[in-house]
Structure formats: structure tokens, C-alpha cells
Design a binder for this molecule. Structure first.
Ligand code: SAM
Length: 268
């Protein structure tokens, strides 16, 4: 059974390193500092689904490196607050905001989203979370908090790559969970929780193939840069992450784990 493996600390602390940038470009095509299963096509579509305009104040839950939030602010003129439990990601995001002269419109705050959010009621025009909800305990309460901080009719978009689609062994669950805390959900459960929190469900899209392709390209790109990555993150961690990525690829290609993109709207 794999040991605990680090993904996020090394990705965010080595964000500027050439090898990590090369791996992101080989994996995603465009470097948006990703550590997720979001294709470029999906990251281009999220602003349209959220109906972003320059007047919008947007919350990104689990913003990781912060690079995507900055891209949204640069492209759409909106303001973004990114929150994440990883302090290295928050530090990187605020550094990038300063370098890009965007600190007046984009800020990053350290926050455990399983706790009550420190934002006022109805204070955001949109919220999104790319491959984050599966890490956060107490999903019904998290949805209630997102509902509370959104304005009436505002949209909430998030992806969940841990929907159970078939039989998964305990070894596979251990490998798939080796990088952190994870929650696996039965099909239909997210829909039920969103509606219970007061959201209207707009769309549920099957994006399982995004995870398959990204996991394969990510693992292959890391293999191409094996020596440099081992020097930076240790051999044991390198091997553990390769196993994690292979596990994601096989589980999603066989549709035993599914990824869905949910779009919901606050009633009112
Ligand atoms: C799969 S990564 C996605 C990062 C980014 N959204 C992206 O698309 O690259 C999941 C992120 O969720 C964050 N996270 C995990 N648990 C969290 C929590 N309880 N509160 C806030 N963020 C959390 C992790 O630190 C990590 O940055």
C-alpha cells in the first residue's frame, strides 16, 4: 500500500522551476499553474458558465497556485478572491498578483473551507471549485456556506472526480487517496446535496475523459523529467505520484471512477 505522497507542497513551492513548468505545459498545453483534471477547454468555458463580467466579485475555492484566478481577472476584468488550505499556494498566488500588478483586484487567503467562511452574506457574484470538493469534509455545510455568500441567481460551478462508477479495490482506493484526505461519492449525491442547500441544478456534465487524458500526459511528462523531479521531491515521492497518476488513468478510463462538472444557481 503506498505511503502518503506529496503533490501540492512541491507543485506550489516549485511553481517557478523550469521542470514543473515544462511538465504543466506538456500536460495541459497552456500553463495555468494547474494541479487538477481541468482541460484548457474546460478552463476556457468556466467563465462563460459563470457569466463573468468586469463587475463580478468571484470566489475561487481551492485556488491552488493562484494562476487561474489571475487569468480570469486579466481576461474578464473581474475581482477574484482565492482561498486554499495550502499556505504555499496562497503565498505563490499573492506573489504572482503583485508581479502582475493585480493585487488590487485579486487576493489569496489561507482558509480551511470545511469551516465557516469569513465572508458576508450575498457578497459574491459567482463561485467555483476545480477538483477541490472531494478534499473537504462536511459537504452539506460547505454547500450551505457557498449558498450564503452568493448573491441571488449567482452561479456555483465545481468538479468532482471521485464519483463511484464501478468496483474499486482497497489497494486502488489507497493509491487514489495517497496524496491527501478524500471523499468518494455515489452517483446522484452531489445533485441531492446541492438541491438540499437551496441551489437549482443547471447542468451536470460527464468529464471523466478529462481526468484520463490529463493523468496519462502528466505521468508521461513527469517520466520524461524523472531525474530533475527526483532531485527536487525525492525518489519515493516521485514513484508514489507516478502510481497515483497511473491509478487515476486506469480507474477513469475503465469508468470505475467518474468525474462530473456541476453547474448550480442560487434560487432567488
Ligand atoms: C486538485 S487541487 C486543485 C487546485 C486548483 N483548483 C487547480 O485547478 O489547479 C485541490 C486543492 O484543494 C485544496 N484544498 C484541500 N483541502 C482544502 C480545504 N479544506 N480548504 C481549502 N482548500 C483545500 C488543496 O490545497 C489544493 O490546492
Amino acid at each position: 500500500m503506498p505511503e502518503k505522497v506529496d503533490l501540492y507542497d512541491s507543485a506550489y513551492s516549485h511553481y517557478e522551476a523550469d521542470v514543473y513548468r515544462e511538465v504543466r505545459i506538456a500536460t495541459y498545453g497552456e500553463d495555468l499553474g494547474q494541479t487538477s483534471w481541468v482541460t484548457n477547454e474546460e478552463s476556457g468555458e468556466i467563465p462563460r458558465i459563470l457569466r463573468l463580467t468586469p463587475a463580478c466579485r468571484v470566489l475561487e475555492i481551492g485556488c491552488g497556485s493562484g494562476r487561474y484566478a489571475l487569468q480570469l481577472a486579466e481576461t474578464f476584468g473581474c475581482s477574484v478572491i482565492g482561498v486554499d488550505i495550502n499556505e504555499l499556494g496562497i503565498r505563490n498566488g499573492n506573489h504572482l498578483a503583485r508581479v502582475r500588478n493585480l493585487s488590487d483586484r485579486v487576493t489569496f487567503e489561507h482558509c480551511d473551507v470545511s469551516q465557516k467562511l469569513l465572508f458576508a452574506d450575498a457578497s459574491f457574484d459567482a463561485a467555483f471549485a476545480n477538483d477541490v470538493m472531494c478534499h473537504i469534509s462536511g459537504r452539506p455545510a460547505v454547500f450551505q456556506e457557498v449558498f450564503r455568500i452568493l448573491k441571488p441567481s449567482a452561479r456555483f460551478v465545481y468538479s468532482d472526480a471521485l464519483i463511484i462508477g464501478g468496483i474499486v479495490s482497497h489497494e486502488e482506493i489507497a493509491s487514489r487517496s495517497s496524496i491527501g484526505y478524500y471523499l468518494f461519492s455515489p452517483p446522484g449525491h452531489n445533485e441531492e446535496l446541492l438541491q438540499r442547500a437551496g441551489f437549482r441544478l443547471i447542468e451536470v456534465r460527464d468529464t471523466t475523459d478529462h481526468a484520463t487524458g490529463i493523468a496519462r500526459r502528466w505521468r508521461d511528462a513527469r517520466e520524461q523529467n524523472r531525474e530533475a523531479l527526483i532531485a527536487s521531491e525525492s525518489e519515493a515521492n516521485f514513484v508514489g505520484l507516478q502510481q497515483f497518476l497511473s491509478c487515476v488513468q486506469s480507474l477513469t478510463s475503465e469508468r470505475r471512477l467518474l468525474r462530473f462538472l456541476y453547474t448550480a444557481q442560487k434560487r432567488g
